[in-house]
Every structure is written in structure tokens, then in C-alpha cells.
Design a protein around this ligand. Structure first.
Ligand code: CTP
Length: 396
């Protein structure tokens, strides 16, 4: 998501300024081009030359150029236009308060006013300062202006105290930056995407059910990837123990019948991704009491559940994109291609539980993305695979 993007990194005068050096590196590793603006007090923590040599660009501190012969009086305007995203990390209470009041007394704060791009603020300070009423008020204000704020992490602080105020992990900052950039320019911007995930449970009696080992991880990764591409995502999931993705509307269901009812209410979505491992059968009779082994029969009569993907395929609205999964143990491509045409899906993501690092419960996957005229293989973490799949389908 950050590949080829232009980031202005604003560094202010807190001890976490040294971490901004590594953050710059992480942005570059993700493929972004980075320019750095520092407040004068940030230069007391890290030398200008460090950022200049890593970013391979001049570092701007004051609005006025250092070279008195220079006519480049409008750097803040130029940088504000150049950036796809302006990330201020760390952001001290002082700079936060200037931003909240529109003060523009240095290159960083002036660029905030000039920026056409979204702005991400990572407030970083001592725990007591972070909890202070003025900081709370200023954070509220800047969010009302439409700037994004990533809350600080908790832990050991430079003061020797424990509390909330640390610069978040780089991964979290990059995730947030990707989410912001993705939601602005994503190919799914303005689109409604429904993702189903996890297993279903078909109860035999109050203490027994038929299910499968689906963890929901792949479906959750698909939902997050769709969100990063700018979609308005609704996630419908069965019983799972993995944490729910942040910032995504979720509905939990238990049985295949409940899943069907919920999906039907969203059947007009622009994109539907059926990642749920739906039980194909349900007991014909569900007992309201626990069946005792002495009185119970040794066989259970089952009835077929509705094939939700096939139903969606039959009732597909024009321009809707229908994506299904196929979990196979043999003849992966052949069986997946059959499901594609039989269920009238546009894409099938096929994976084989016999492949190492693929299938239920693991964090990685190896899939074949199949349409009626293409087949592409992807592997990596479930998050990476989800991004690659949606990138292939929706990025032109
Ligand atoms: N699916 C569904 N409703 C069902 C069963 C499956 O919507 N009752 C969807 C799954 O969410 C998945 C796709 O159909 O997107 C394929 O699921 P899979 O279990 O691989 O195949 P089945 O159609 O159930 O066929 P089989 O079990 O015979 O391989």
C-alpha cells in the first residue's frame, strides 16, 4: 500500500525522535519515498545529517531556507502538495498544541497548514502529560479537524515511569498509514463489501455440535485487506477465538441457517467474499435436552444446508463481484473450477489442506486464484495473501 507513496515525516523534540530514524527506514522498506521536517528542538535529539543522508533529501527545520541566497520561500507549500501522507511521529504536547491552534512558527507546523494530504499524528509524551486536560482537549480538536491520531502505546517511559505515552510499534504506524492511504485512493472506495468468515456450528443437542476447524483468520485478513482498499466492510463470522479486526463492523452468527439469513440482508453488496467454512449438513432434529447415551441412537440424520454461495450466484445483481473459496484435499484446480461455474462465482480462491503452510488454523496460506480465464498462485501470511488477491482482482 505504501509502495511508491510520498511521505513527509515530521519529527518533534521528544526522546522518541531517535525512533523516527528507524521509522523512516521502515517506510522506505515498504517502498515509500520520505522527506523529513524536524522542529528545532528535535535537532537536539537527532542530527539533521542522519535524516538527510537516510532520506537522501534536505531536512527542513525553518520556513526560511538556511541558504540566504535561496529563493525557496515556499517549501512548506511545496512539501504540503508533494506528500501523499504527512506523519508526525513523535508528536510532542507542544507541537500538538500548536497544531490544535493553527500556529505555524516552523517548517513542520506550517506544512501542517499547507498539507493537501491526510495527516497522521502520533502523540508521544510522558503518561501524566498525555492524560492532562489540555492534551486531551487538543487531541479532540485535531481529530475534529479531520487529522488522524494513533494513540500512544503503554509501557516503560523515558521518565522511568510506566504509562501510556510511548511511540507505537512501527508495524502499527505503518498499518495506520496504509489504512489512511488505502481508504483515500483505494479501488474499493465507496464500495460495500461483505465478508463471511470462520466456521458454523450445527447443534445436535445443547452440548454437541457439528463444525470444522476454521479459525476465521483468512476471512478476517480478507476483511482487513478490503478495508485498506477503501471499502465499507461488513464482516459476518461464526464462532472464532482470534481477535476481531479493528474498525470493521462485525456480526456474529452460529449456524449455517443464521449465516444465510444475515447474508441475504446484504445481498445487494458490491462485493461478497464467502470465506466462511459453512457446514454442508445440519442435524434434521435438534434436541432441546442433552441426549443420554443409553437412550440416544448411534446415527444422526442430517439434512443439507443451503449453499449460500450458489444462492448468491443465482441471485447475482449486475456488476456484483462474487468471490468464493474452495477447500480441497485432491484435484484442487479441477474441483475449484467446477465450483466457480456451478456456483456462478467470479473468482474462487482454492487452497488445499494437504499443502504445507496452507489451510485451517495456520497463519500462512498458499492459494490459487481462479477466474474463468485466469489462474494465479499466491503464498505468504494470510494478510499478505489477502492483499495480493484483492490487489489482483481490483487494482487496474
Ligand atoms: N459455501 C456456502 N454454503 C455452503 C457451503 C459452502 O456458501 N452451505 C461456500 C463456502 O463459503 C465457499 C464455497 O462455498 O466459499 C466452497 O465451499 P467448500 O466447502 O469448498 O465446497 P462445497 O460447495 O461445500 O463442496 P464440497 O464440500 O463438496 O467440496
Amino acid at each position: 500500500m505504501l509502495s511508491g507513496k510520498r511521505i513527509v515525516l515530521g519529527v518533534t523534540g521528544g526522546i522518541a525522535a531517535y525512533k523516527a530514524v528507524f521509522l523512516l527506514r521502515e517506510f522506505q522498506k515498504a517502498g515509500a519515498e520520505v522527506r523529513v521536517t524536524m522542529t528545532p528542538s528535535a535537532t537536539r535529539f537527532v542530527g539533521l545529517e542522519t535524516f538527510a543522508s537516510l532520506s537522501q533529501h534536505e531536512v527542513a527545520v525553518e520556513i526560511f531556507p538556511d541558504d540566504t541566497q535561496s529563493t525557496d520561500w515556499t517549501r512548506h507549500i511545496n512539501w504540503g502538495e508533494w506528500a501523499d501522507l504527512f506523519v508526525i511521529a513523535p508528536c510532542t504536547a507542544n507541537t500538538l498544541s500548536k497544531i490544535a491552534s493553527g500556529i505555524s512558527d516552523n517548517m513542520l507546523t506550517s506544512t501542517v497548514l499547507a498539507a493537501r494530504s491526510p495527516i497522521l499524528i502520533c502523540p508521544t509524551m510522558d503518561g501524566e502529560m498525555y492524560e492532562s486536560p489540555t492534551v486531551t482537549e487538543n487531541l479532540k480538536k485535531v481529530q475534529e479537524f479531520g487529522y488522524h491520531v494513533l494513540e500512544p502505546a503503554s509501557g516503560f517511559l523515558a521518565s522511568g515511569l510506566e504509562g501510556k505515552g510511548r511511540l507505537p510499534e512501527f508495524e502499527d504506524i505503518l498499518d495506520k498509514a496504509s489504512e489512511i492511504i488505502g481508504s483515500i485512493e483505494g479501488p474499493l472506495k465507496g464500495k460495500k463489501v461483505v465478508v463471511t468468515a470462520g466456521p458454523t456450528r450445527e447443534f445436535i443437542d445443547p452440548v454437541r455440535f457439528i463444525s470444522n476447524p476454521s479459525s476465521g483468520k483468512m476471512g478476517f485478513a480478507m476483511a482487513e485487506a478490503a478495508k485498506r482498499l477503501g471499502a465499507e466492510v461488513k464482516l459476518v463470522h461464526g464462532p472464532v477465538s482470534v481477535p476481531k479486526p479493528e474498525g470493521i463492523h462485525t456480526t456474529s452468527i452460529t449456524s449455517a441457517a443464521e449465516l444465510f439469513e444475515t447474508v441475504k440482508t446484504h445481498a445487494d453488496a458490491d462485493v461478497i467474499i464467502m470465506a466462511a467454512a459453512v457446514s454442508d449438513f445440519t442435524p434434521s432434529k435438534t434436541y432441546s435436552h442433552k441426549v443420554k447415551k443409553e437412550s440416544g441412537s448411534s446415527s444422526i440424520e442430517l439434512s443439507k444446508t443451503t449453499d449460500i454461495l450458489a444462492w448468491l450466484g443465482e441471485n447475482k445483481k449486475s456488476d456484483q463481484v462474487l468471490i468464493g473459496f474452495a477447500m480441497e484435499t485432491e484435484d484442487l484446480i479441477k474441483n475449484a473450477a467446477k465450483k466457480l461455474s456451478k456456483k456462478n462465482a467470479d473468482w474462487i480462491i482454492a487452497n488445499s489442506i494437504s499443502t504445507e503452510g496452507a489451510g485451517f488454523e495456520v497463519d500462512t496460506n498458499h492459494v490459487h486464484l481462479i477466474s474463468k480465464d485466469s489462474e494465479t498462485e499466491f503464498s505468504g501470511t494470510k494478510q499478505e495473501v489477502a492483499e495480493l488477491i484483492l490487489g489482483k482482482i481490483f487494482r487496474k
